[in-house]
Design a protein around this ligand. Sequence first.
Ligand code: SF4
Length: 341
Amino acid sequence: MVAKRRIIPVFIPHLGCPHCCVFCDQNAIAGQKMPVAPEQVVKEIEHAKEIFGDSKAVKTQLAFYGGSFTAVEEEYQNSLLQAVQPYIADGTVDDIRVSTRPDCIDKNILERLKKYGVSTIELGCQSLDENVLAVTERGHTAKDCEDASRLIKQYGFELILQMMTGLPGSSDELDIATAKKLIALSPNGVRIYPTVVLAGTKLESMWKAGQYTPPEIENTAELCGKLTDMFWTANITIVRLGLNPSDDLSGGQAVAGAYHPALGEICMGRAYCLRAAKQLEALRGSEAVCLRIPKGRTSMVTGKGRANIERMRAMFNIKKIILKEAEDLTEGQIFAEKVMS
Ligand code: SF4
């Protein structure tokens, strides 16, 4: 599981990344084109201090998101990490998170990151299928992901692995196989990014040339519901499913694929339904069934226009399904019981 923290996000765009994965336009995702300067890092922390106040009840992490942190020039990396040090010394920031590629990790890098107070490393694996990695021009192998993950854990960092679904050359079966391999690496958390075709990327050209058809939202929700169930079962935190709301794609950068601002909620709703279905089979034909769910999950389990409830009612011939939020349940827990109608 991933430790709970307040995050101060700093977005590092594509700058300096020597690769060009077919789906990537980091400048579009990070919503900015200029490289982040150390002064900007200081500004973000000072801004967060105003919002958070003096409360130290929850730990605070400075997170360098986007791009490939350890792929850019070491001097630049160090200048950003250095900017955080006074705030670690005075207790404003507890630790640092960076995102990077599997082939940009080695012992020297990990030792340097540790020295600067980095405690969490996000690794963009995207797929653990060699053919998908080749077709998407990732420039690293599945073995690179596995070796880097083991090394990161060996050095005592919190590990978050990122995977993408629906990439060129992939399928639901291959994406499920990737999820199983990620689970075997025992990360603390995962991010799942269904493929979105961004304007100006090579993937857009592939899509326009008819060489690639991205899965739509319905297929993606079905698949990601299964993946969510798998990660929940393995007790691995799903840090994020779908692009962040801050990944401002409202300007038309998303030209095709499963882009929906509430995608995570839709997929988690499907995962709850999958879990409910295993119990509803035994209650088939009941007049009324109550589903106990965690607090705040009613709209997620109900689905848009009660779609999830109606689907379960029809599938199991149940006249009435009611939802009851329970304080004692945690994410992923759902219990079905027959009740008087
Ligand atoms: S490695 Fe990351 S930042 Fe670099 S091109 Fe690929 S997805 Fe973009």
